[in-house]
Design a protein around this ligand. Structure first.
Ligand SMILES: NC(=O)c1ccc[n+]([C@@H]2O[C@H](COP(=O)([O-])OP(=O)(O)OC[C@H]3O[C@@H](n4cnc5c(N)ncnc54)[C@H](OP(=O)(O)O)[C@@H]3O)[C@@H](O)[C@H]2O)c1
Length: 248
């Protein structure tokens, strides 16, 4: 079967669950070789096997994107294995919600380090590789929280606004190198993201909010990413914002 991404190499961060896992499967189904990055080794092993069983090619890379050296190494590993990196999907992220007053500032550092700095480190490592090979595509996962700010989401939103700002400057800096940049902004997606919120009140609020609508599935976001990265070379899909139909 001919895939739209045959011969391409992709690296997906946060591939051990949710949007990243679905994206890795979707890219592999289109023929890309996929490097799967996250911290949970067992999950990556299972996903890698699933992709291999489906006739694709995948490689798990255990890395913490918040660690600059690890974020650089993951790109170098994929490049060493397959000789190029065409698509980088910066998806790894965490969400801690709660008021600014009395917040656990460790949660702020974790969100900034993973959602924003991790994405920047990976991009920094990918650019020389993409320039040397004559092009590439960087897909950054933001959120509707990168456009509108809710109470109790100050720092999560700050990281996602940051992803938007970084992506727009990146696009302007690298388009002459044939490197495309796409910002993906999902609304509510049914994943484990909200289960990891430490503030129990905020966790409950997210649960109830999700139950009040038909949320997007991770596969919906993966399909948008596949759309963006399979356009002809002259088309640069800069932004895709997707909300559930019943989200305001
Ligand atoms: N769900 C939503 O409603 C929604 C809406 C808009 C945007 N988003 C964004 O979508 C992205 C994916 O989230 P999700 O909803 O799919 O949640 P998820 O299922 O919790 O996935 C988060 C992924 O990020 C990985 N990750 C977290 N910290 C990491 C680190 N330091 N280094 C490497 N990987 C790390 C996790 O893997 P390990 O724990 O194994 O490392 C996991 O694979 C996030 O950027 C999130 O902000 C989600």
């Amino acid at each position: 079967m001919v895939g739209k991404l045959d011969g391409k190499v992709a690296l997906v961060t946060g591939a051990s669950s949710g949007i990243g896992e679905a994206t890795a499967l979707a890219l592999a189904a289109e023929g890309a070789h996929v490097a799967l990055v996250a911290r949970r080794a067992e999950r990556l092993k299972t996903l890698s096997k699933q992709i291999l069983d489906n006739g694709g090619l995948a490689m798990p890379i255990i890395a913490d994107v918040a660690d600059e050296a690890q974020a650089h190494d993951m790109l170098l590993k994929a490049n060493a294995e397959w000789g190029r990196v065409d698509i980088l999907v910066n998806n790894a992220g965490v969400m801690q919600l709660g008021s600014i007053d009395g917040a656990n500032t460790e949660e702020w550092r974790s969100m900034l380090n993973i959602n924003l700095l991790g994405l920047m480190y990976a991009t920094h490592a990918a650019l020389p590789l993409m320039k040397a090979q004559g092009g590439g595509h960087i897909v950054n996962i933001s959120s509707t929280s990168g456009r509108e700010v809710l109470v109790n989401a100050a720092v999560y939103a700050a990281t996602k606004f940051g992803v938007g700002a970084f992506s727009e400057a990146l696009r302007k800096e690298v388009y002459t190198d044939k490197i495309r940049v796409t910002l993906i902004e999902p609304g509510a997606v049914a994943t484990e993201l909200g289960n990891k919120i430490a503030d129990t009140g905020a966790q409950e609020w997210v649960k109830t909010w999700l139950q009040s609508k038909t949320p997007l599935a991770s596969e919906d976001i993966a399909a948008a990413i596949v759309y963006a990265v399979t356009q002809p070379p002259h088309v640069n899909v800069n932004e895709i914002l997707l909300r559930p139909t019943d989200q305001q």
